[in-house]
Design a protein around this ligand. Structure first.
Ligand code: GLA
Length: 379
C-alpha cells in the first residue's frame, strides 16, 4: 500500500514540469515582440502604447496576449547584484501592472551569457536572482538568447545552461513561459523541452524580405514531431506589416506560420498598422489553424517545382491545407486527397476568401499567384 502510494507520488512529481509546461503554452504563444520593428528604439512609452493598440485594434480579442520587450531594456546591476532597467524603462513593475491592467501579459528578454546580443547586461551567474526579479516585477514570459554565452560555456553545455534558468523560473512559483533562443544549434528540438523550454527558435533571425521568410519557413519540414502542447518549434517572429513584403507575401507568411503551429508574435508597429495588416494578423479562421487544440505541427505533403502543398491535422479529423506558389508566375497548385491518406469527397473552405468551395472528389486545385497561398480547411 505504502509502496504504491509512494510510487504514485513519485510519478506525479516526475510529471510535474510537463504539466506546468502544457498549462503554460497549451497552444503556441501569441502576442507581440519589440525587436523586428523597434530593435534598440523601444521604451516604456512605446510599450504602453502598443498595449493600448493591442486592445483597441482587436488584436487581444483575436488571441494576441503577450507584450514582449526584447533586448535593450537592461541597465546595470546594483551593489547587491540585482538587475536594474536602463533610463528608457523607469519602472518595470509599474509597466507590468499597466500591461496586466489591459488584460494582457508581459514578457522580457535576457541571455545566459554575461552580455546580450546587443551588448546589454546578461544573466550569467545571476540566474536565480534575475528569475526572482522578473517574478517580482510580474513578468509572464522570458526569451533567453544565447549570444555571449558562447564565450563562457562550451557548446555542449547548452542543454544544462538552459535548464538552469528553467529551474530558476520554476522556483519562483510564477508561471513564466520560457523561450529558448539559440538559432537552432545542436538540434535544440531534440532537447529543448527537457531543458524546460516552452518554445525554441529553430533558425537564425528572420528579416522583412520574402527570401528570408521563405528560406526559414519552408525549411521547417521534418521538425513536426518535436512540437506539441507545451513545447513548440519557433521559426522566429512575424514580419507582417513591416513593409518589406507585399500583402500576398504576408498572407503566405501568416498561413505558413499557422500551419507550422508557430508562435504568432507580431513584430510590427501596432499603433499605425493598416486595416490590411490588421486583417492578416487577426483573420480568425487562420489564427484558429495555428491555435488548433490538437497541437500538431504541419508538414509538406507534395512538391512540384515551386509549388508546395502543406498540411496540418486538426482536431475533429479536419485538415488545414496550404497551396503555396514560391515561383515568379501564377501557377496551378493541386492537393490530392490521397497525399493526406484520404479518399472520397471532402468539403473545402477558403480561409482568406471566407468562402465555402463545395465538395470535391480526389483532388482540389487553385491558380495561386506568385509568392501567394490559398489556405483551406478540409472537412
Ligand atoms: C538575437 C535574436 C533576435 C533578437 C536580438 C536582440 O539576434 O535572435 O531575435 O532578440 O538578438 O539583440
Amino acid at each position: 500500500m505504502l509502496r504504491s502510494i509512494l510510487a504514485t507520488a513519485a510519478l506525479a512529481l516526475a510529471a510535474m514540469p510537463l504539466v506546468h509546461a502544457q498549462e503554460l503554452a497549451a497552444t503556441p504563444p501569441m502576442g507581440w515582440n519589440s525587436w523586428n520593428h523597434f530593435e534598440a528604439k523601444v521604451d516604456d512609452k512605446t510599450v504602453r502604447e502598443i498595449a493600448d493598440a493591442m486592445v483597441s485594434s482587436g488584436m487581444r480579442d483575436a488571441g494576441y496576449v503577450y507584450v514582449n520587450i526584447d533586448d535593450t531594456w537592461e541597465g546595470e546591476r546594483d551593489a547587491q547584484g540585482n538587475i536594474r532597467t536602463n533610463g528608457r524603462f523607469p519602472d518595470m513593475k509599474a509597466l507590468a501592472d499597466y500591461v496586466h491592467g489591459k488584460g494582457l501579459k508581459i514578457g522580457i528578454y535576457s541571455s545566459p551569457g554575461p552580455k546580450t546580443c546587443a551588448a546589454y547586461e546578461g544573466s550569467y551567474k545571476h540566474e536565480q536572482q534575475d528569475a526572482r526579479t522578473y517574478a517580482a516585477w510580474g513578468i509572464d514570459y522570458l526569451k533567453y538568447d544565447w549570444c555571449s554565452a558562447s564565450k563562457v560555456y562550451p557548446r555542449s553545455d547548452m542543454p544544462k545552461v538552459y535548464k538552469l534558468m528553467a529551474d530558476a523560473l520554476q522556483a519562483t512559483g510564477r508561471p513564466i513561459v520560457y523561450s529558448l533562443c539559440q538559432y537552432g544549434l545542436d538540434k535544440v528540438w531534440e532537447w529543448g523541452a527537457a531543458s524546460g523550454g516552452n518554445l525554441w527558435r529553430t533558425t537564425g533571425d528572420i528579416s522583412d524580405r520574402w527570401k528570408s521568410m521563405e528560406s526559414i519557413g519552408f525549411k521547417q519540414n521534418g521538425l513536426e514531431k518535436y512540437a506539441g502542447p507545451g513545447h513548440w518549434n519557433d521559426p522566429d517572429m512575424l514580419e507582417v506589416g513591416n513593409g518589406g513584403m507585399t500583402a500576398t507575401e504576408y498572407r503566405a507568411h501568416m498561413s505558413l506560420w499557422s500551419i507550422l503551429a508557430a508562435p504568432l508574435l507580431a513584430g510590427n508597429d501596432l499603433r499605425s498598422m493598416t486595416p490590411e495588416t490588421l486583417g492578416i494578423l487577426t483573420n480568425r479562421e487562420v489564427v484558429a489553424i495555428d491555435q488548433d487544440t490538437l497541437g500538431k505541427q504541419g508538414y509538406r505533403v507534395a512538391q512540384d517545382g515551386a509549388s508546395e502543398v502543406w498540411a496540418k491535422p486538426l482536431a475533429g479529423g479536419n485538415w488545414a491545407i496550404g497551396l503555396f506558389n514560391r515561383g515568379p508566375e501564377t501557377a496551378r497548385v493541386t492537393v490530392h486527397w490521397r497525399d493526406l491518406g484520404l479518399s472520397g469527397k471532402h468539403r473545402v473552405r477558403d480561409l482568406w476568401a471566407h468562402q465555402d468551395r463545395g465538395s470535391h472528389k480526389d483532388e482540389f486545385w487553385y491558380q495561386v499567384p506568385s509568392h501567394g497561398v490559398v489556405l483551406l480547411r478540409v472537412k
